[in-house]
Design a protein. Sequence first.
Length: 145
Amino acid sequence: MSPSDSEEDRPTTRRRVTLTSSDNYKEWERSILSRLIQKDLDEVVEVDAVVPSGPATDQKAWMRKDRKAWAAIDESLGSAVHNVLPPHLLDIHTTSPTGLLAKSLLDYLRATYSAARATRKAELYRIIWRTDINETDPMTSISLM
């Protein structure tokens, strides 16, 4: 067996996951974060990511990474998800207030499609379903929810 045939020399391939709804968000998030790490683009979507304030060459390199990360995230979205993105996240040529296009897109998707949001929604439905609403003064009952 030649060294080029060994298991550790072969690149690992992972099936690409397309975000279609909240149902596959967790699998999609793992997939897209792995892809960003493999392409060395993960630093632009980290929690504490900021555009460098140093030389213009550093800023230009950062913006290039940010655009590449945005493109990787954007191409992993199903049409149902992509079609409901806010206008400022749809186009690579728009500007983000923070200058972080990829992070803004990922944060929006996390807030919209993660299980935490779905859990909160289910909890709200449960509260509404179990609350007795006084027919004579429904606003009082609703405001207590």
